[in-house]
Write a protein that binds this ligand. Structure first.
Ligand SMILES: [Zn+2]
Ligand SMILES: [Zn+2]
Length: 412
């Protein structure tokens, strides 16, 4: 708010102050009875104007204030606690919050009604704002609701400040060159990651993942406590991800450092990743990018090595029938544990025979998002119809599968 402060006191406002006099309110709580009247003044300044308007003495601060119980007198202490709680983290923007006993807030609203004030400001809103101002002055940080690095919650009853650290996001595209690598961390199902005889105490089904190989240098640099990996879909463990790679967002949880050189970290993922995972185009990202990546449903291109005793001419013929055609895919048995069992319509956008020899051939195809390619080739026991196998009339088996491209908007 710019311009000089305004606080015009009419009879209605003075009447509120008159009725409140003698109740032992501290200056903050006294002024806050009219906290939403006028602007440009702190609540203790409002109290001063009210006292002058009533030609009476300003109330004294004290723990005896029936509204706040002296909480506003201890703002400095709370600022100190907040600063100490935030100290382990790098932060620039913060938001203040506070947890109040509900009875205290309800009693305050009751007091407004009793005194006839339509302009009261809640103790919690005032406390959060004043704590924020003190912290800004002490630390040079910037308070406000917009994309905070930290949320500092003063638990007034417990006497402690809780810190919520916002994640740090980076995004890019990955290529996966290794057919033994899952996209994300894969905890052992038997022990849920605690470690048992089946996983030799590692807590894992697979020793590492795309997520972990990419995250390692970023976790080290940001001193994050964990990660979440959001891919624009995922390929099977035994499928490579080639071409320009698959878009992803890496979320670094509770980072202690936020100023990291994303390009430099991406340039060298370390020896464990060499030959297995590559990244490109990595840049800082934000929470909204996660949604964008999860909601995209781009077409994809694949190269599939197929085994089956069928003349190549017959394959070509079947592919020309399949192109542009919609197939009905019932949820494959192998993913039924995590996807609802229903029939989905999917389209084969393009398909061509690349090469072939006796008993095997290679196909490249482009499909609508969500098409199960392996099932389209093999038929999945009739759950996908028509399949390439049903079109050629011979049993087929996928020997290998590579994702050649994810055709999201950035690729075109
Ligand atoms: Zn008070
Ligand atoms: Zn286990």
């Amino acid at each position: 708010m710019t311009g000089p402060p305004t606080f015009e006191l009419g009879e209605e406002q003075l009447a509120v102050a008159r009725r409140a006099r003698g109740r032992g309110l501290c200056p903050e709580c006294f002024g806050r009875l009219l906290g939403r009247w006028g602007h440009g003044l702190s609540n203790p300044e409002r109290a001063e104007r009210l006292a002058a308007g009533l030609a009476t003495a300003l109330p004294e601060a004290g723990d005896a204030c029936p509204v706040c119980g002296g909480i506003f007198g201890r703002l400095g202490l709370w600022a100190e606690r907040a600063e100490r709680a935030a100290a382990p983290y790098e932060w620039h923007r913060f938001t203040c919050g506070s947890r109040w006993e509900p009875e205290r807030l309800a009693a305050e609203e009751g007091l407004w009604a009793e005194l006839g004030s339509a302009w009261g400001e809640s103790a919690r809103a005032a406390f959060n704002r004043e704590l924020g101002k003190l912290l800004e002055a002490r630390t040079g940080g910037s308070g406000g609701p917009d994309r905070p690095d930290l949320v500092l919650l003063a638990d007034l009853a417990v006497g402690r400040v809780e810190v919520t650290v916002s994640p740090l996001y980076v995004r890019g595209r990955y290529r996966k060159l290794d057919r033994t690598l899952p996209q994300t961390r894969w905890p052992c199902r038997r022990c849920q990651g605690r470690g048992c005889v089946h996983c030799q105490g590692t807590g894992r089904t697979y020793p590492t993942s795309v997520e972990e190989l990419i995250a390692a240098p970023f976790v080290a640099a940001s001193q994050a406590e964990g990660t979440r990996f959001h891919g624009m879909g995922r390929e099977d463990i035994d499928a490579r991800m080639l071409g320009r790679g698959r878009p992803f967002v890496l979320e670094l949880l509770r980072p202690k450092r936020r100023t990291i050189d994303v390009a430099a970290l991406a340039a060298d993922l370390g020896p464990e990743a060499a030959g297995r995972v590559e990244v490109e185009g990595m840049v800082p990202a934000e929470a909204a990018d996660v949604l964008r990546v999860k909601e995209a449903s781009p077409e994809k291109s694949y190269r599939v090595g197929v085994e089956g005793k069928v003349p190549l001419g017959k394959v070509k013929e079947a592919l020309s029938v399949a192109v542009g055609r919609t197939i009905a895919q019932r949820t494959p048995a192998r993913v039924a544990h995590r996807r609802s069992d229903r029939v989905r319509a999917r389209r084969i956008v393009d398909a061509r025979l690349v090469e072939g020899a006796e008993g095997r051939f290679t196909v490249e195809l482009r499909t609508e998002a969500g098409t199960y390619v392996k099932e389209w080739v093999e038929g999945d026991g009739g759950r996908t119809e028509p399949s390439l196998a049903s079109l050629v009339g011979v049993p087929l088996k996928v020997g290998f599968l590579d994702v050649l491209e994810v055709h999201d908007a950035e690729v075109g």
